[in-house]
Design a protein around this ligand. Structure first.
Ligand code: RP5
Length: 172
């Protein structure tokens, strides 16, 4: 769901990051929270990054989810250019399995914070949920959607596990 005037911006350093970042988009879709998704590379399209980050707040965005891999400068540079909260998602890299991405995003200098999430899909999902929580502070509809999502998640956890040989269940 991409709409004009939305409050959440999802940006990523490459088209190849979409395989991870689409999980943030899917999560926002499930919450009914509109977002925009853009490819904005700190290294390959630095002017696009400047334009996006400098204009984000005035365009009505309230939080930015930024995913990148390898030498992942996108979340940090975005945080340096906008007062909006920036949620960084380390994309799993081929060379170092995303450890490079994680350390690049999490090790920001004091004074320029980036909220950093887990590597890969879990991080993308949690960044979306965190973005919803940021919006929920002042948006009752987002708060209700988040509460419903949590209730559904809890309800989906079975209290027992099936056993292989007997087919009986064992209480956890
Ligand atoms: C980073 O380099 C991107 O965020 C991506 O994770 C990584 C590889 O990009 P591609 O070579 O697949 O375009 O800037």
């Amino acid at each position: 769901m991409t709409e004009p005037g939305c409050a959440v911006g999802i940006i990523m350093g490459s088209q190849s990051d979409w395989e991870t970042m689409r999980h943030a988009a899917d999560t926002l879709d499930r919450l009914g929270i509109p977002y925009e998704a853009r490819i904005v590379s700190a290294h390959r399209t630095p002017e696009r990054l400047y334009d996006y980050a400098r204009g984000a707040q005035s365009r009505g965005l309230r939080v930015i989810i930024a995913g990148a891999g390898g030498a992942a400068h996108l979340p940090g540079m975005t945080a340096a250019l906008t007062p909006l909260p920036v949620l960084g998602v380390p994309v799993e890299s081929r060379a170092l399995n995303g450890l490079d991405s994680l350390l690049s995003i999490v090790q920001m200098p004091g004074g320029v914070p980036v909220a950093t999430f887990a590597i890969g899909r879990a991080g993308a999902v949690n960044a979306a949920l965190f973005a919803a929580a940021v919006l929920a502070v002042g948006d009752p509809a987002a708060a209700r959607a988040l509460a419903a999502w949590r209730e559904a998640q809890t309800a989906a956890v079975a209290p027992t596990v099936p056993t292989g040989s007997t087919g009986q269940s064992v209480a956890t």
